[in-house]
Each structure stands twice: as structure tokens, then as C-alpha cells.
Design a protein around this ligand. Structure first.
Ligand code: URA
Length: 209
């Protein structure tokens, strides 16, 4: 699918299978999410530009590659996005973090925004928007709308699972934002859950219902 990358790394697929199992405990789910998010972060950043920097090793002076440009922004769609954030920050500890509070009204399935924080100079940074589930796409579209309003120009969207309907809606609204996911599942059910999915990611991660 155009603009969509499915991350097929065997470790990602193995961990995802365990996360999907309904018997997997809250603690294991959280640990796996943190581990898998590190691997997803590795894939979503694999083509970042490098620039050469002069450094001194204990033996000699060399030109050595470092990431070009300003530090990344990880934009977490609350609350489940925070589950992906932790592992990504393990890998890129200097990243800036934006929080976008959008919840899904369970009746209308439409996003309701309640919180927004982002770095001032977001226009100059690559923004990786994270939410484990791309379901209807409504929350993700609203979050990216908001980040673009604030000036973000260079964005990527990273999730764990995506529904075909969500990808279609998201790509129609934001064709300039590539999507990275570990799986494209079958469909959305009438309640807006991804099938076969893994249930409610926030509830599974925090042990709520
Ligand atoms: N959000 C979730 O947490 N799970 C779904 O299946 C869909 C949206």
C-alpha cells in the first residue's frame, strides 16, 4: 500500500503475537510494548539523514556520522501513545516530546481534544506521531491536524496495529504523512475495535476496563 510500511521484523511479529493473546498479563503487555516500540523506532528512523562531525577518539581525529538537524519530536496521542513513547525514548533519549490528548467518544467514535503541548520550534523538526492503534483514524487525523496547525511540516505516523479503514481515512486526510505499522489487520467491528486486534490498548497496558 502506498505510503504504508509494514514492519515485518521477526522479533516485532513474535512480540505482537504474545501481546494479542488475551491471557497476556498487564505487566507482560506493558513490557512487550516497551520492547516492541524500541524495534519500531529503529525501523521508523532507519533513513534519517546523517552529517559528518569532527571528533577525537583516544587515538586520532576523524570525521564521524551524527544525525543531521534538530532533535526529533515524538508526539504521543494520549493515553495509549505513552506506551510506545517509553521504548522510543530509550533509543532516542534526546527527543522532544509532544502530548496530544484526544479521546474517542464511544457513541460517535469521533475524537474530542482535551490537551495539547508541543515544542515551539516544531516546524524545524521531524515529528513521529505515535498511537498503538490506527482504528477509524479519527483521533490520529485530529492529532496530526493539530500538530500541523502548530507548524509541523515533516511528520510520520507510527502504530502497532492498523485497520484498513483507518489507513484509508488517515492517508486521505494526510497523504504527506507516511504510516508505519507492525500489522494491517482484517477490519473494524461495529464498536470501532480492530479485528482480530488486541483489544483496548490503553486498558491492556494500564489494567483498566
Ligand atoms: N483502540 C484500541 O485500543 N483498540 C482498538 O481495537 C481500536 C482502537
Amino acid at each position: 500500500m502506498n505510503g504504508v510500511t509494514v514492519i515485518k521484523h521477526p522479533l516485532v511479529q513474535h512480540k505482537l503475537t504474545i501481546m494479542r493473546c488475551k491471557e497476556t498479563s498487564t505487566g507482560s503487555f506493558r513490557r512487550l510494548l516497551r520492547e516492541i516500540s524500541t524495534l519500531l523506532c529503529y525501523e521508523v528512523t532507519r533513513d534519517l539523514e546523517l552529517t559528518m562531525k569532527t571528533i577525537e577518539t583516544p587515538l586520532e581525529t576523524i570525521e564521524s556520522p551524527v544525525l543531521e538537524g534538530k532533535k526529533l519530536v515524538f508526539a504521543s496521542i494520549l493515553r495509549a501513545g505513552n506506551g510506545l513513547l517509553e521504548g522510543m525514548l530509550d533509543l532516542v533519549p534526546s527527543a522532544r516530546v509532544s502530548h496530544v490528548g484526544v479521546y474517542r467518544d464511544h457513541e460517535t467514535l469521533k475524537p474530542v481534544e482535551y490537551y495539547f503541548k508541543a515544542p515551539e520550534d516544531i516546524a524545524e523538526r521531524l515529528v513521529i506521531v505515535v498511537d498503538p492503534m490506527l482504528a477509524t483514524g479519527n483521533s490520529s487525523i485530529a492529532a496530526v491536524d493539530k500538530l500541523k496547525e502548530r507548524g509541523a511540516k515533516n511528520l510520520r505516523f507510527l502504530c502497532l496495529l492498523a485497520a484498513p479503514e483507518g489507513i484509508e481515512n488517515f492517508r486521505a486526510a494526510h497523504p504527506d504523512v507516511p504510516v508505519y505499522t507492525a500489522s494491517i489487520d482484517s477490519h473494524l467491528n461495529e464498536k470501532g475495535y480492530i479485528v482480530p486486534g488486541l483489544g483496548d490498548a490503553g486498558d491492556r497496558m494500564y489494567g483498566t476496563k
